[in-house]
Structures are given as C-alpha cells and as structure tokens.
Design a protein around this ligand. Structure first.
Ligand SMILES: [Zn+2]
Ligand SMILES: [Zn+2]
Length: 265
C-alpha cells in the first residue's frame, strides 16, 4: 500500500508474528474457550472474552513469549540480552498476571514492570499481548456468528479493543474489523462506533491526498474516528491486523486533527 509510514522491515516482522499467532491458534483445542451464553451481558457491551471461560495453558503462554522473543532477537540482535533476561523473570505467577493485565490493556502495569526490571518500555506488553492474541482470536471465531452489531462506545464485542478500523464490502457495506481478535461486524455507513451518533451533519470524512481507497470517518459529537478502507479494489485483502498497521498514517492524520479512537471501557 502506498503512503505507508511503517518500514518494510517492521511489516515483515509483523507478518512473521501474525504467522506464528495463526500457528499457535491452530494448536489450541477448540474446547479451550467455553462461551458463556450471557445475552444480557453481551447486549450491554461486555466483551465476550470477559464472559467466556478460557482455559489458559500458562506454560504454553510462556513458551509463546519465548518464541516471539527469539524471533525479535534474530531480527534485532541488540535486543537479545534484554529479551533473554525477560525469560528469567517469568514464572507461572507472572504468566497468569500478564494474561490478566494484557487482556485489560493495562498499559500502566506493563510500564512499571519494564521500569522495575530495566527493560525497554514497550517490551513486556508487546510480548504479553502477542501471546494473548491467539486466545482472543479463537474466542472471536467461536462468537463470530453471534455478533451482529457492536454497542457504541464499548469497543470490540469480543475483546473490548477500541474501534478504529472498518472496510467497505460488496455494495459499500461498512464492516468494522478488530485488528486484535479479528472479529468483524456490520455498522451503518453513517454511524459513529464510539457514541452512536448518526447525524450526517456532525459525521464527516477526511481524506488523505494520494490515497484514494481510504477515508477517516470523524464524529464532531464525540471527537472519535474510524479508518474506513475500501479494499474492494485490492488484489488481495490483507488480514485486518496487517491492514491496521499499513494504514497507520491515517491514525496520525486523525490524531493530529484532534480526534481519538474511542476510549476502551
Ligand atoms: Zn476484538
Ligand atoms: Zn461519535
């Protein structure tokens, strides 16, 4: 895609990580996730993954963290010492904590963990989040056929990630994609995923010169935004995780103009 501000090296690394996550997810038994048929909870916007019972295998989770650490070390040998040290800090107890905090997107917890252990700030959450996603993606697969719409302001109905990405499909139907768990659901073309506003006077579209396939839908009522990508002309459609990454320039434009992706719960 043109206009991407993410380097080829970083995209290639992400591709390898996505591949690993897919393999990890395939290795999980479908019974790992037991849905909880709490219709009222789902209708109120509680993420399905918070309601479901997920049978985490802590030693597997730690093994995945080691695998992604090894991949990062191969690509960036200067990180090898630090990533090696992380392995020594992890045990069953921290593994459980990392799963909980990664699920809750607790930036503060991971920042403190990094500081206390003299690690680069991004490393702990990146590792935990990477190893958590196969579980979220399996949960999304289990729930996908029950998700018809989102609840404005509550983020992804499966994992709670704030909404920021949609694709146009078919006749121009808007489908919101979650780059974290890969769930997707329909939304009215002129509707704000963050506050439910559907007033055409306060919903606007920003465009980026030279990027005909993308729009940034912004809402003047809540100042939220959603990237809307028309992938119908693409030769092959990338996964929503990759599409989110290759359209990061749109996030910069939206945020420079004072808009934010909806706050998570
Ligand atoms: Zn999600
Ligand atoms: Zn809004």
């Amino acid at each position: 895609m043109k206009k991407s501000v993410v380097s080829k090296e970083y995209q290639n690394l992400q591709k390898e990580i996505l591949l690993l996550q897919e393999q990890w997810k395939q290795s999980l038994s479908p019974d790992t996730v037991k849905p909880n048929p709490d219709k009222a909870g789902i209708a109120a916007g509680v993420p399905a993954a918070a309601l479901a019972s997920i049978d985490f295998d802590i030693s597997l989770f730690l093994q995945w963290i080691q695998e992604v650490g090894e991949l990062l070390s191969r690509k960036n040998p200067e990180l090898a010492e630090m990533l090696g040290r992380v392995q020594g800090l992890l045990n069953e107890e921290t593994g459980i904590r990392w799963i909980d905090e990664a699920f809750a997107l607790n930036v503060q917890y991971f920042a403190s963990f990094a500081e206390e252990n003299n690690l680069d700030g991004w490393i702990p959450q990146f590792l935990a989040e990477t190893a958590l996603r196969p579980y979220l993606q399996l949960t999304a697969e289990k729930f996908q056929n029950q998700i018809s719409s989102g609840v404005p302001g509550t983020g992804c109905p499966v994992c709670g990630e704030p909404v920021r990405l949609a694709q146009l499909e078919g006749e121009g139907k808007k489908v919101i994609n979650c780059p974290r768990c890969l769930a997707h659901w329909n939304e009215k073309r002129l509707s704000c995923a963050h506050c439910g506003n559907s007033d055409h006077e306060t919903i606007r579209f920003l465009t980026v010169e030279g990027d005909e396939s993308s729009q940034i839908q912004v809402c003047e009522k809540c100042k939220g935004y959603t990237k809307v990508i028309d992938t119908r002309q693409f030769i092959s459609t990338p996964s929503s995780a990759m599409l989110d990454l290759t359209t990061i320039h749109l996030d910069f434009v939206a945020q420079e103009n004072g808009y934010t992706p909806g706050p998570s719960r």
